[in-house]
Design a protein around this ligand. Structure first.
Ligand code: SAH
Length: 525
């Protein structure tokens, strides 16, 4: 049997600088406002936009019609000009830490990355000490997690010697430089076939390669990939759908496509309830009355007025026609009027890619696939490697109304100051697990478990106590002590409960179930 366990636990405390996940001011649909398929208000060319990116998006929507939340999110986070992660910050500071917008676990305590390094080592041991190891991280931020992981790993000589290359998947050229500085001691990157490369400081003879998409990382039958994804999936674009009763749908038969509206030849057939995509269009100049989305917090300050708003697309979109049909989990909600679901196809593609690298592709799926993506055709006679996904989101339910903006440690509307506000949404762990299991017959999935469970069973207390003994001053002691406790704290301001860990590991047919360490298993000697 392939494991697919869901674990839940419970606890409490407080902190001033909060992680992204704890600052949820959810968007709450309150009444349906339908999108018109074409241009918004005539004043859109003269209106004041809060950022150049808002102006660019507003003008594009005026030409082609409302866009999906996914398209909006993608532009706001990684547009080459003015995207949240891709822009050069004005202060020279980055997005992380006290002066930035949010704080993440590796930035809170070095123990986090050290335990992840130990997790990789434990998996490497349990899988029979394979050579040709690839260490891959998607969305490495400042590079702190990878730095702590590699420092830890470099003390396990045999494991370190088995590393062939380190790959960092990063959309931001500025963050790539910052990662290079930390991990190689220099910002001097050399052009490579994949993107950029530089020698790694911890393991002599091994280089780090940067690229923008995991699809560029070489996939070899004999390689053993160890993949880390910390707070990456919450940044991947989501599509949002609402289950709308047919009786409330105004008559129309137009489909909105990325290149403009089209009228299907034979009209559109609709069932009792249908999934309608929520789309983004410029906010009405007459502000909030009748707007579908409101926020539960205090009213926005005048200068923070959202540039955009969400409306329900009254006609099918290319994504509403197939994404909500992809899983029985969505199907079960078909009778629930006005239910909302969030689906991230890009996240599913990443989870599938991880699984195929570890377990090999699903030969029958590849044979029947009509798409050009032949990644599932990749064959692996002996599954090996692992993926560790750490992020926030529910254990087993479908995220709904979790799209949010984060700025200066506050939750704000995702439609204010596009490009200056971080955007994120809860991760649908079960959807990632399903995508991985569907993509490869050679993997099993463990978790999601709460971060508190994962880190506690990995020995966070013992590791922190050892560090505390060596702390050279009171300030270091205090930082260490509050840091590790916060990572496992299950109260409203801690990170132990909201954050989850999930692992994709090899499934060897006929072998006994082996739980990875941190997911109920022990370290194999
Ligand atoms: N893992 C880090 C950073 C999390 S922030 C930490 O926990 O501290 C998200 C990271 O993913 C950033 O490095 C951002 O630039 C990167 N990122 C966001 N969207 C991306 C995409 N579509 N492709 C590649 N990298 C992306």
């Amino acid at each position: 049997m392939r494991a697919h366990s869901l674990t839940a636990l419970r606890t409490a405390a407080r902190c001033s600088q909060l992680p992204k996940a704890e600052r949820i001011r959810r968007l709450t649909p309150c009444a349906i406002r339908w999108s018109s398929s074409l241009a918004p208000s005539p004043s859109s060319s003269e209106r004041k936009w809060s950022t150049p990116l808002a102006k660019m998006l507003g003008e594009a929507i005026t030409t082609t019609g409302p866009i999906s939340v996914a398209a909006y999110m993608r532009q706001c986070l990684t547009a080459p000009e003015g995207g949240y992660y891709t822009r050069q910050t004005t202060t020279g500071e980055d997005q992380f830490g006290t002066k930035g917008d949010f704080v993440t676990s590796p930035e809170i305590s070095q123990v986090f990355g050290e335990l992840i390094g130990i997790w990789l080592y434990a998996e490497w041991l349990a899988q029979g000490k394979k050579d040709k190891v690839q260490i891959i991280e998607v969305g490495p931020g400042r590079g702190t997690l990878m730095d702590d992981v590699l420092r830890t790993v470099s003390s396990f000589k045999a494991f370190a010697n088995s590393i062939e290359a380190v790959y960092l998947i990063e959309a931001s050229p500025h963050l790539q430089k910052q990662q290079a500085k930390l991990l190689t001691g220099s910002e001097d990157l050399k052009k490579s076939d994949l993107g950029w490369m530089a020698p790694l400081k911890y393991v002599p003879g091994v280089s780090i390669q940067w690229c923008e998409d995991i699809r560029f990382v070489p996939k070899e039958e004999t390689s053993t990939p160890f993949i880390l994804a910390h707070e990456f999936f919450d940044a991947l674009p989501i599509h949002v759908f609402q289950n709308v009763p047919q009786s409330s749908i105004p008559a129309s038969s137009t489909i909105i496509t990325p290149t403009g509206p089209i009228k299907p030849k034979h009209g559109v057939t609709v069932a009792k309830n249908t999934w309608h995509e929520l789309v983004v269009s410029p906010a009405s100049p007459f502000a909030s009355a009748g707007t579908i989305v409101t926020t539960s917090a205090a009213p926005e300050k005048a200068e923070e007025k959202p540039d955009f708003e969400l409306t329900v697309s009254k006609t099918p979109t290319p994504h509403s026609l197939y994404l909500p049909k992809m899983s029985t989990r969505y199907k079960k909600l078909e009778d629930t009027e006005n239910a909302i679901i969030e689906i991230s196809p890009e996240s599913l593609a990443y989870a599938s890619d991880f699984a195929v690298r570890i377990g090999g592709g699903n030969a029958s799926a590849a044979a029947s696939s009509t798409s050009n993506d032949k990644s599932t055709a990749f064959n692996k006679t002996q599954p090996s490697g692992a993926a560790l996904i750490l992020d926030y989101g529910p254990s087993d339910t479908i995220p709904a109304n979790t799209f949010r903006g984060i700025r200066s440690h506050q939750t704000v509307s995702p439609f204010t100051a596009p490009g200056l506000v971080d955007l994120s949404a809860d991760v649908d762990f079960l959807a990632l697990a399903d995508a991985a299991l569907d993509a490869s017959p050679g993997v099993e999935v463990h978790g999601p478990v709460e971060q508190s469970f994962f880190l506690s069973t990995m020995g966070i207390r013992e590791r922190a106590e050892r560090l505390l003994k060596g702390a050279k001053d009171e300030e270091t002691r205090r930082r260490l002590e509050t840091g590790w406790k916060r990572l496992v704290d299950r109260g409203p301001s801690g990170m132990g409960k909201t954050y989850k860990a999930m692992a994709i590991v090899p499934y060897i047919k006929g072998s006994k179930l082996r739980r990875p360490v941190g997911f109920g298993g022990d370290i194999a000697a």
